[in-house]
Design a protein around this ligand. Structure first.
Ligand code: ADP
Ligand code: MN
Ligand code: MN
Ligand code: MN
Length: 369
């Protein structure tokens, strides 16, 4: 840990100095807004701040803004203005008060969505199946690294003891940086993100939190802002968060974004019939879903979905009750109740949840093939 602090200039800064300035009073009708968006990699998060002189109640009241898309892999330098359209507002856990975080999607100069704007298509799908009342809950797994890229708390030359004691572990040799996990959990709750819980994962320095169940596209807005908070808080601690789906090759678990999904009829008595019919639809378009489940159309997930370490192989579709080696798992409790939801275990930890929600809605609710 000492090494982490020395290597990270952010962690070395004395945060009590900041609090002197953050407690300075500012006029009531001033709001600081952090606009947040996804860059051209489809994974990177960017943000910038502006002052508002009113308190917005909905994203429609917020100004459209722009940025230099040539610096985010989203435009040419000669025609670089790229537009930010506010889509969701959250409370700002850093500045508190009436200050806000603003999730945005991005548009080119001609009004068409940028290549990494997967929200627009997702929004249209969600609109077309709103009567199905689709709910999503996403389990976000992630891995903590030192600023030198080494897994946090791992010996600098070698490996920790093999997997076994770490999942939901307690104690100084089992889990690392619980402070960061705690800070993030509370910040999500404060912001208004529907975070459902958190746990330490199978590989040391790996953790998970869940967002949901949320109605339709809102799970993806919440998940992106929760990722923003995670990276931003980790910055304070001098720790790096990676969403790489297989940060350490070999006998170490990868990281996923298991996506739990239900519609109104699945949640009603006898809903298992609708869960099974959704699974049959998903079976027919396995490859299409694999392409949508990581930012490199399956290439990232190839390293993770090996058929080992609680995964199914990327090449075949499978489903089973309580089966953690299947593409789709029906939780035991759901099977026993005859209603509830299914768990799609294929999405990668670095997936764009807009793409995941989009393709599931199109396959299961809109019957697109
Ligand atoms: P696992 O046993 O796979 O680790 P978790 O408890 O981590 O499961 O996550 C399951 C998630 O499923 C919950 O956090 C919740 O958001 C979500 N969920 C629960 N009920 C439903 C439902 N009816 N529809 C969609 N998602 C649901
Ligand atoms: Mn889980
Ligand atoms: Mn997990
Ligand atoms: Mn799961």
């Amino acid at each position: 840990m000492a090494q982490t602090l020395q290597d990270s200039p952010n962690a070395l800064i004395n945060k009590t100095v900041l609090s002197r300035y953050m407690s300075l009073p500012v006029s009531d009708d001033i709001v600081q807004a952090t606009y947040i968006w996804i860059d051209g990699t489809g994974q990177g998060i960017r943000c910038k701040d502006r002052t508002l002189t009113f308190r917005p109640k909905s994203p429609e009241e917020l100004p459209i803004w722009n940025y230099d898309g040539s610096s985010t892999y989203q435009a040419e330098g000669s025609n670089s203005d790229t537009y930010l359209h506010p889509v969701a507002i959250y409370k700002d856990p850093f500045r508190r008060g009436s200050n806000i975080l603003v999730m945005c999607d991005t548009y080119k100069f001609d009004g068409t969505p940028t290549e990494s704007n997967k929200r627009k298509s997702c929004y249209e799908a969600a609109k077309n199946c709103s009567e199905d009342e689709p709910w999503f809950g996403i389990e976000q797994e992630y891995t903590l690294l030192d600023v030198d890229g080494h897994p946090l708390g791992w010996p600098k030359n070698g490996f920790p003891g093999e997997q076994g004691p770490y999942y939901c572990g307690v104690g100084a040799t089992k889990v690392y940086a619980r402070d960061l996990v705690e800070a993030h959990y509370r910040a999500c709750l404060y912001a208004g993100i529907k975070i459902a819980g958190t746990n330490a994962e199978v590989m040391p320095a790996q953790w998970e939190y869940q967002v949901g169940p949320c109605l339709s596209i809102s799970v993806a807005d919440d998940l992106w802002v929760s990722r923003y908070l995670l990276h931003r808080i980790a910055e304070d601690f001098g720790i790096v968060v990676t969403l790489d789906p297989k940060p350490i090759s070999g006998d170490w678990n990868g990281a996923g974004a298991h996506t739990n999904f239900s519609t109104k009829v699945m949640r009603e008595d006898g809903g298992i019939r609708h869960i099974e019919s959704a699974i049959e639809k998903l079976r027919k378009v396995h490859e299409k879903h694999i392409k949508a489940y990581d930012p490199h159309e399956g290439k990232d997930n190839e390293r993770r979905l090996t058929g080992k370490h609680e995964t199914s192989t990327i090449h075949t579709f499978s489903a089973g009750v309580a089966h953690r080696g299947a593409s789709i798992r029906i939780p035991r409790g759901v099977y026993d109740d005859g209603k509830g939801y299914l768990e799609d275990r294929r999405p990668s930890s670095n997936c764009d949840p807009y793409s995941v929600v989009d393709v599931i809605l199109r396959t299961v609710c809109l019957n697109e093939v």
